[in-house]
Write a protein that binds this ligand. Structure first.
Ligand code: MN
Length: 421
């Protein structure tokens, strides 16, 4: 006999005025979706995406491969549903959502995933991230351009390269593994992982109180850290009847011995499985990233060019899949020539690709801005949306402003050398 203890909750956080996250706690299926695309659209996207997953609840499958296939199909169906809605209704254009879904059948666990909501497993004191983030910064980490630590602070860390509902085509990651008594599975949106470090999350799980209070405690941690985003947490604890629920050994002294394994650090899937211990099965749909192609056979120059082409191909794929979504989602305030402008896209240039375009010219000359503030504009200041970008522009300290407490009156030209007859 096995038993599964589950709790889930969501919270708007401290800053947002609406909650675009959605979650599902069923009997056998569990999911977190983090919607985006602006007020209402994000909420619609995330709750629509959960419907096909809900339909699987309580379903018994003949074999593990049938179960994981059904879960993957449900994610594909979620994508089609959200994409259709986004195309048919102009007010939902550009909406999308993450989707991280789990199914438990007996002791089998299946996970299917798109976006940057995460699944973690805590087993024998080891806390491991099961899912890859489909984000721009993760791409940079994979490419070796930035470290994982830099990614956590990166201004573009919330940009997603894969999401449900953005295009008719969707690539789904999935994996299956056997649960062991005592395992804890955590599903959460980036409202938690964006502000609460992995070791604190692991400590919360190790403390071993009932899942409901642990979920509450994790949400409190996110809110204590500023709660900049909606927070959603689902915690599953897999227990066996022949084991007492209260297992004292790895308690009080545990936090010091927690080891955190991330999917990214672990290299390829085999090594990663090895570190975690013995799974009956572990599969990732994408598999490890392609290794260097036959390095011994080709000369260094050819290898270099091949590497470059390969890089461009990967980048091209990323751009094709993500560009439309990226461009529609992200704003920042920057400089074009000597004018302050608002960009949409990513504040970066990769190879020959400029990843942003000007969407609004402000007619504010860079010369009018306080010199100490100009480098910030030249670096680009990320904004939540166009409105936010405009308020960043109007709040940018002007050179002729004596105080910064009042708005500059509109149409009041205070030119020293006026006197035109
Ligand atoms: Mn979020």
């Amino acid at each position: 006999m096995r038993s599964l203890v589950v709790a889930g909750d969501t919270d708007v956080g401290q800053v947002r005025d609406s909650n675009e996250d959605a979650y599902l706690v069923g009997d056998s299926v569990f999911a977190v979706a983090d919607g985006m695309g602006g007020h209402l659209a994000g909420e619609v996207a995330s709750s629509l995406a959960l419907e096909p997953i809900t339909n699987l609840d309580g379903h018994i499958f003949r074999d593990a491969s049938g179960a994981v296939a059904a879960l993957r199909e449900a994610v594909v169906a979620a994508n089609a549903t959200v994409a259709e809605m986004a195309e048919s209704d102009p007010s939902y254009r550009g909406m999308g959502t993450t989707l991280t879904a789990a199914m438990v059948e007996g002791r089998r666990l299946h996970v299917a995933h798109v976006g940057d909501s995460r699944a973690y497993l805590l087993r024998d004191g080891q806390f491991s991230q099961l899912t890859d983030d489909h984000t721009f910064v993760q791409h940079l980490v994979d490419e070796g351009q930035i470290t994982r630590e830099e990614a956590e602070q990166h201004p573009q860390r919330s940009i997603i390269t894969r999401a449900i509902g953005v295009s008719q085509d969707i690539e789904v990651d999935s994996m299956s593994l056997d649960l062991q008594p005592g395992d804890q599975l955590l599903l959460c949106s980036d409202g938690l992982t964006g502000v609460v470090p992995d070791d604190l999350i692991a400590e919360g799980l190790l403390a071993g109180s009932d899942p409901e209070s642990t979920v509450r405690q994790l949400i409190d941690l996110a809110n204590d850290a500023g709660g900049p985003d909606n927070v959603t947490v689902i915690l599953l604890r897999y227990e066996a009847d022949d084991l007492p629920v209260e297992r004292a050994p790895e308690r009080a002294d545990a936090p010091a011995t927690v080891s955190i394994t991330t999917r990214q650090e672990a290299g390829n899937a085999k090594d990663w499985a090895g570190r975690l211990g013995s799974y009956g099965e572990l599969r990732k749909s994408g598999g490890p990233r392609p290794a260097q192609p036959e390095p011994r056979r080709i000369g260094p120059a050819v290898a270099k060019i091949t590497g470059l082409l390969l890089g461009l191909a990967v980048l091209g794929g990323l751009l094709v899949v993500g560009a439309q979504f990226l461009l529609s989602q992200q704003h920042f305030v920057g400089v074009d020539g000597d004018e302050v402008v608002i960009y949409q896209g990513i504040d970066a240039q990769v190879g020959p690709f400029e990843l942003a375009r000007v969407v609004e010219r402000t007619r504010v000359p860079l010369d009018d801005i306080q010199p100490w503030y100009r480098p910030r504009l030249e670096d680009g200041i990320p904004a939540a949306d166009l409105r936010d970008a405009r308020s960043i522009v109007s709040a940018a300290p002007r050179r002729d402003a004596v105080d910064e407490d009042t708005n500059v009156a509109d149409g009041d030209d205070t030119e020293a050398e006026g006197g035109t007859p």
